[in-house]
Write a protein that binds this ligand. Structure first.
Ligand code: UDP
Ligand code: MG
Length: 328
């Protein structure tokens, strides 16, 4: 390999939202994995695990505090309130970029196979700046999740987003990639779409997904919907263009309708066709409302972006990194 690397400092970033049930066993497995990777000489012994508490209402933060007190290699970051999975991952990565050579992000329930980490690190050693985790199958998901995921990835592709199908947020990023990511200042963040946009050298690792062992999914239907809308609106203005095209089409149809109506009026039979009128009112009304909604989404995004509000704010930081306490 032209640019193979020395073993580096790894920071594993874990977003946690109400994960008290999962965290106890997950943290043991993660610590084990970290030690094993250090022993095998794949990563530096200064590597750490970063838990980001996304404003949990249960005992998640207490567990993280205890883990921090008992383990040198644990870091805890805490949001004051729930800012969502994407912001939690981003915060963990942006904290880590100051101290590590690369990060791996993984969910707190460890549904994603942690034994794939060796493959991620191997790909990093070979000179890749980003390593995407792509799941092997969706067998562990219910019918609805499978269907919505397929629809989502198809839509994203139509919308010109360069996204890997079935790529999760299980991903390795080098310091270089993290620094590039930090230049993306938009508030409405969709990591799975933005990271391929950076365009650095990358590769893919396939991994297994297991059913969630403890607790239940923290991705509610509304959170999934928000993620999908964020993904689409942050990458493409195609929906607005489609609305525009729909408008032109409707006008064309309307034009022919006028000719048809005038003709019928003078030469034909003007039967009281209330059903067709009602139908067109509903269909057109629906199309108008939908179009307004799509435009509204974009106007709303614009409004949110122009305010330049911080994406998150750390309420508490537990860290032994030298500058950990005073970092913003
Ligand atoms: N999560 C988060 N904030 C949220 C929702 C979820 O940080 O608002 C975290 C959660 O703790 C987990 C990861 O995101 O570590 C993925 O969530 P989950 O496993 O519930 O999603 P699913 O696997 O069902 O898609
Ligand atoms: Mg999960």
């Amino acid at each position: 390999m032209d640019c193979s690397r020395q073993k580096g400092i790894l920071y594993i970033v874990i977003p946690c939202f109400n994960e008290e049930e999962a965290l106890v066993s997950s943290s043991l497995k993660l610590l084990d994995k970290l030690h094993q990777l250090v022993r095998s000489g794949m990563i530096s012994n200064q590597s750490k695990i970063v838990f980001v508490d996304d404003g949990s209402a249960d005992k998640t933060w207490e567990i993280i505090q205890e883990l921090y007190n008992n383990n040198e290699e644990i870091i805890g970051l805490r949001f004051a309130h729930n800012r969502g999975h994407q912001n939690a991952i981003l915060a963990g990565m942006m904290y880590s970029v100051k101290y590590c050579d690369f990060t791996i992000t993984i969910d707190a329930d460890l549904q994603q196979d942690i034994n794939a980490m060796e493959d991620f690190i191997q790909a990093y050693m070979e000179g890749n700046e980003v390593v995407y985790g792509v799941r092997n199958s969706r067998d562990t998901d219910g019918f609805f999740k499978k269907l919505s995921a397929t629809l989502f990835y198809k839509t994203m592709r139509i919308m010109d987003c360069n996204i890997y199908e079935n790529s999760a947020d299980y991903r390795l990023m080098s310091k270089k990639a993290l620094k590039a990511l930090s230049e993306y200042n938009e508030v409405n963040l969709f990591l799975r779409g933005i990271i391929p946009d950076i365009g650095l050298k990358s590769s893919v690792v396939h991994f297994e997904v297991f059913p969630r062992m403890q607790g239940e999914s923290k991705y509610s239907l509304s959170k999934m919907f928000t993620l999908a809308v964020d993904g689409i609106t942050s990458f493409s203005i195609k929906p607005i263009r489609m609305v525009f095209m729909m408008g032109i089409l409707a006008l064309l149809v309307g034009f022919f309708m006028i000719i048809h109506i005038v003709y019928e009026h003078y030469f034909g039979y003007t039967v009281s066709g209330w059903s067709s009128i009602l139908m067109s009112i509903w269909v057109l009304g629906g199309a108008v409302l939908l179009s307004l909604g799509i435009i509204g989404e974009y106007v709303g995004r614009n409004y949110l972006e122009t305010k330049h509000r911080p994406r998150y704010y750390f309420w508490e930081i537990l860290s032994r990194d030298e500058r950990g306490e005073d970092s913003e």
